[in-house]
Design a protein around this ligand. Structure first.
Ligand code: MN3
Length: 232
């Protein structure tokens, strides 16, 4: 299919170059299979809303430069590679077959869209209700869960993410390199993301410099447990 479409496009261009009127060619038909467009969620709070734990400048650069660049780049890759998946779920479930540009930037879009939503001003504290029950059931206590999650953030060498996922009713903690995520077919950690923490230096360096441990410790104050509950 892909080859045929490419050949068709090539032939169409040849015809066009030969001076034949190409107005019958409708570009939306040529690329009808390319329906996936990644978008950036609206930040659910102001850049300074997570102060003092995450500073406004870091949030602004993170959202308006880093995250938006992932959106632009993945959509370029989707168009250039003629990636025909209809939704992000299928895109990630087949990501091992895609280019590094598609994988890295697609992950970058999804991960940040998710990350913004699992934080909120005046968040944090210990979870209650079904989140508390699930965490206690899986890890024994909230303190133990925090310890294991923090461990995942600190053991991730270089850039990446720490995750809490729901793998078919079983809660798991792990981390991924770069912009990989647990929806990806090539990811060792599998499941529906419940909570994520960006441990790329761009997420904390302006305020915390090399002290990733302080960033992680303070980040617990902005966790949005109501959002975490939606994944259970
Ligand atoms: Mn980031």
């Amino acid at each position: 299919m892909k080859t045929n479409r490419r050949e068709f496009v090539k032939d169409a261009l040849k015809v066009s170059a030969a001076g034949v009127i190409a107005s019958a060619l409708n570009p939306t038909e040529l690329f009808a299979a390319t329906t996936l467009q990644f978008t950036q969620v609206k930040l659910p709070y102001a850049y300074n809303a997570l102060e003092p734990y995450i500073d406004a400048m870091t949030m602004e650069i993170h959202y308006s430069k880093h995250h938006s660049a992932y959106v632009k780049n993945v959509n370029e890759a989707v168009a250039a590679d003629k990636i025909g998946f209809e939704n992000e779920k299928d895109f990630f479930a087949n990501v091992s077959k895609l280019s590094a540009k598609a994988r890295n930037n697609g992950g970058g879009v999804y991960n940040h869209n998710f990350f913004w939503q699992v934080m909120k001003p005046s968040g944090g504290g210990a979870p209650t209700g079904k989140v508390a029950d699930a965490i206690h059931g899986a890890f024994g206590s909230f303190e133990k869960f925090k310890e294991l999650f923090t461990d995942a953030t600190m053991k991730r060498f270089g850039s990446g993410w720490a995750w809490l996922v729901n793998d078919d009713g079983k809660l798991k903690i792990g981390s991924t390199p770069n912009q990989d995520n647990p929806l990806m077919d090539l990811c060792e950690l599998k499941g529906t993301p419940l909570l994520a923490l960006d441990v790329w230096e761009h997420a904390y360096y302006l305020k915390y410099q090399n002290k990733r441990n302080e960033y992680v410790a303070n980040w617990w104050n902005v966790v949005n447990w109501e959002e975490v509950a939606k994944g259970l």
